[in-house]
Ligand binder design. Structure first.
Ligand SMILES: Cc1cc2nc3c(=O)[nH]c(=O)nc-3n(C[C@H](O)[C@H](O)[C@H](O)COP(=O)(O)O)c2cc1C
Ligand code: SF4
Ligand code: FES
Length: 560
């Protein structure tokens, strides 16, 4: 065997070179100008990527390299995070950046029913090469479908004409709604309850008892009792943290936006009271990127609150999502707040035990804390006095589709779909007969009109293979097909699957192919559903087959 001689000086030379791309000095200067003196902590990675995307309209490879060096992260990590989120356009050296303006057109359930596909085609033809037209999932404005978002400006009841008008007049920023200001909120008795808590007039135990007695259940979808969650988290070792979920990505849901655009301080006060009751000194609010108007409102109103504080405040951080539905799942949201890809964690441990930055975390949907002030001031009985058919409390239904008055309707828990349509939604639109409905967004399944009298609430729809989730109700008529809507939902799940588990990643893609066939292979779809429901890590993969199973069960005529 011949001996191999390794020359040491050559090895040394190799070691001296940094791995991967080297930092471009011009890109470094540009990154320094964007980041200024802001913290370089790794959890701010997504915030800093937004700065680059906002400024340059895309994120180039040289900016990724410079940002990684500046934040002392590996280039791989920055690249992985940047490419995970739909709202970041990562452009490698040999690629062409997108045009400076993007028009996003929602193609989810209600917008598809309102003609989104035709709108996409018309805009692609009409707007020309200087504008990118991008089909996207629900942007949380289903009551005014179809929706196009020009830059950050949402156009309700979008047409080729009004979108063209916004593009040509450069109307590309979100308008702010007329909401209850800080002064007006305080003048109406706002923040008195928080002051009572902070001054010792109330005890945390009293507050937790009131919330337990109210029976309020988490309004993000899972319906875990709010009071019980406060008790569990408050018994965990400190420091404890809080994370508020305003990701609101479930197609059909827009209630959180509605309340934020109306009365943001009612939410902020509820959040502060929850944090106080559970003994929390740091809060993170995670707001979906699509809600640019709400971002302006919250930024301004948190500033007003901090400038003129009604009592001592915890730290409040506002974080911006980046277009990934999965980040609404609580553990994925926590990963995202930590500056990582939004991939759900395996449980146990639950986020109440090991959550944000490894600490016990109180995680709530925005609307769950929005009701705290009313429930405490008016009493738990005020809340439980509402309800139909033995159910208790109020639910904010986001209603869209073929009804006369779509919108957020605050109605008693246990109300039936037929009652909701007749009493709150002004009936069905002319020429449309009630044929079916999604009771809980894309993932909550589909029910036929013949089951329009069942009570809608947590736990009541499970026996029908459905759930109420965030109470996003999409009503459809004889002019729509349940199988088309189920396919729309499955495509959404395929696009939004985070990809970490095979039953969900492969199952959603396979289901889309099978559901697009004229004749459905029911035994194969059934097998696929069982695998997805049984073996997926999180609720996305577990619930994805609900609409397809409902079509087979309740709309079999459409499959003939
Ligand atoms: C795929 C998926 C998406 C979710 N999206 C949201 C969301 O956008 N907003 C939300 O509040 N909860 C969402 N959830 C539910 C959260 O995981 C969690 O249960 C909820 O935020 C807890 O708050 P609550 O107890 O106040 O409802 C989602 C769950 C899953 C599985
Ligand atoms: S079920 Fe889907 S979304 Fe959830 S962790 Fe698995 S791959 Fe990701
Ligand atoms: S905004 Fe289009 S379906 Fe929700």
């Amino acid at each position: 065997m011949s001996e191999q001689i390794i020359k040491l000086d050559k090895l040394k030379q190799k070691r001296g070179k940094p791995k991967g791309r080297v930092v471009d000095p011009a890109a470094k200067t540009e990154i320094l100008a964007l980041l200024k003196d802001e913290s370089r902590a790794p959890d701010l990675l997504i915030e800093h990527l937004h700065k680059i995307q906002d400024h340059y309209g895309h994120i180039s490879a040289k900016h990724i390299t410079a940002l990684a060096a500046e934040m002392k992260l590996s280039q791989t990590e920055v690249y992985e995070v940047a490419t995970f989120y739909h709202h970041f356009d990562v452009i490698k050296e040999n690629q062409t950046p997108p045009p400076p303006l993007t028009v996003r057109v929602c193609e989810s359930l209600t917008c598809e029913m309102a003609g989104a596909h035709g709108l996409v085609d018309a805009l692609k033809k009409g707007l020309g090469d200087g504008v990118r037209v991008q089909p996207v999932p629900c942007v949380g404005r289903c009551d005014t479908a179809p929706i196009a978002v020009v830059g950050q400006n949402p156009i309700d009841h979008a047409t080729a004409e009004n979108v063209q008008q916004a593009v040509s007049t450069k109307a590309i920023t979100a308008e702010v709604t007329n909401y209850v200001s800080y002064d007006a909120y305080k003048a109406g008795g706002g923040y008195q309850l928080y002051q009572e808590c902070m001054s010792g007039k109330r005890t945390a135990e009293d507050l937790i008892k009131i919330m337990e007695n109210s029976g309020l259940r988490g309004l993000g979808g899972a319906g875990f009792p709010v009071g019980r969650k406060w008790r569990i988290v408050s018994s965990q070792p400190s420091p404890r943290l809080m994370a508020v979920n305003i990701d609101e990505g479930e197609p059909g849901t827009f209630k959180d936006r509605y309340y934020l655009e109306l009365d943001p301080h009612r939410f902020l006060e509820g959040m502060l009271i929850a944090a106080w009751a559970v003994g929390i000194s740091k809060i993170w609010i995670y707001l979906r990127d699509e809600y640019a108007g709400c971002r302006k409102i919250l930024t301004k109103e948190i500033f007003n609150l901090q400038k003129n504080r009604p009592a001592a405040l915890p730290e409040i951080h506002l974080r911006r999502g980046a277009g990934a539905y999965i980040c609404g799942e609580e553990s994925a949201m926590i990963e995202s707040i930590e500056g990582k890809r939004g991939m759900p964690r395996l449980r146990p441990p639950f986020v109440a035990q090991v959550g944000l930055f490894g600490r016990p975390t109180l995680e709530h949907n925005m609307e769950s804390v929005y009701w705290v002030r009313d429930i405490v001031e008016k009493g738990a009985e005020w809340f439980t006095a509402h309800g139909r058919r033995e159910r208790k409390g109020l639910r904010s239904f986001s209603v869209s589709g073929r009804v006369n008055k779509p919108g957020v309707h605050l109605a008693p828990a246990g109300i039936s779909m037929r009652e909701l349509i007749d009493e709150y939604c002004g009936g069905m639109q002319a020429g449309h007969e009630f044929y079916g409905y999604f009771p809980g967004g894309a993932s909550g399944g589909i029910l036929p009109a013949s089951l329009g009298d069942v009570p809608m609430d947590f736990d009541t729809l499970n026996q029908y293979g459905c759930f109420i989730g965030s109470a996003a109700v999409v009503v459809f008529s004889q002019h729509d097909k349940a199988r088309d809507l189920a396919l729309n939902a499955m495509k959404f799940f395929e696009d939004e699957s985070c990809g970490q588990c095979t039953p969900c990643r492969v199952g959603t893609a396979k289901a889309v192919k099978l559901m697009a066939q004229k004749t459905w292979d029911k035994p194969l779809l059934d097998e696929l559903s069982v695998a997805m429901m049984d073996a997926s890590i999180c609720g996305l993969g577990q619930a994805a087959p609900n609409p397809l199973n409902c079509v087979i069960k309740y709309f079999a005529d459409e499959l003939k």
